[in-house]
Design a protein around this ligand. Structure first.
Ligand SMILES: CC(C)(COP(=O)(O)OP(=O)(O)OC[C@H]1O[C@@H](n2cnc3c(N)ncnc32)[C@H](O)[C@@H]1OP(=O)(O)O)[C@@H](O)C(=O)NCCC(=O)NCCS
Length: 184
């Protein structure tokens, strides 16, 4: 199925579906870095080659996708978007991890997620996409707001993070809004 999802070139970055060959020590090291996984589910497990390979293979490119973000100038893997799709409702939930911390603070998300949304609302024909950051993940929340995602709701004290209960925020992006914004 991967061949149905094209590689997306966003300018500085390329997005493509990850394959087994992308499971490198570099990628696995991000999953075991507490700073990278501070706000992610991945922080609750130890990761190795087998577990990461199983995770990558669990994405069928039908309703579960794992897009690698690659620095085009170096052909280097720097992070991922995960995307779970409801084929019935034409909605998706996406998450992001920039694993290579050298790339934090460089506007990677705003550029790369625009490419992801183009795939969601183009090839995948989705109506709406959600993002579900922890409220305490200030850079992540900032990026959603900056990209004009709408806050649809707050899950009060939904998560335990850094020993405290924190809210979850439901952000949404609608196809019509995205296309209008893009062509404005
Ligand atoms: C979350 C993540 C994608 C953000 O990466 P990034 O966009 O490069 O992060 P930045 O440090 O540039 O922060 C983004 C914005 O938030 C702002 N910000 C960062 N920390 C902040 C803080 N403590 N208070 C207020 N604003 C803050 C920054 O000023 C920045 O805005 P700017 O571009 O105008 O300077 C990245 O940190 C990451 O992948 N982390 C690990 C995985 C993760 O947490 N994923 C998100 C799951 S929802």
């Amino acid at each position: 199925m991967t061949e149905q999802i094209p590689t997306i070139d966003t300018g500085r970055f390329v997005l493509r579906c990850l394959t087994e060959d992308d499971v490198t020590d570099r990628y696995i090291s991000w999953l075991n870095d507490p700073e990278v996984t501070r706000y992610l589910q991945a922080r609750n497990s130890k990761h190795n080659h087998d577990s990461t390979l199983a995770y990558v293979k669990n994405h069928n490119n039908i309703d579960k996708f794992l897009f690698g973000i690659f620095d085009k100038s170096k052909d280097m893997h720097i992070g991922n978007f995960s995307l779970s799709v409801s084929l019935v409702h034409k909605t998706g939930i996406q998450g992001v991890m920039i694993g290579d911390k050298e790339y934090w603070g460089q506007g990677v998300i705003l550029e790369a997620r625009a490419g992801l949304l183009d795939i969601c609302f183009g090839e995948l024909g989705l109506f709406k996409v959600n993002g579900l950051p922890l409220a305490s993940n200030l850079p992540a929340v900032f990026n959603y707001k900056r990209q004009a995602w709408v806050v649809e709701g707050i899950q009060s004290k939904q998560y335990l993070c850094d020993g405290k209960r924190v809210d979850g925020i439901h952000f949404s992006m609608f196809r019509d809004f995205w296309l209008e914004k893009k062509h404005a």
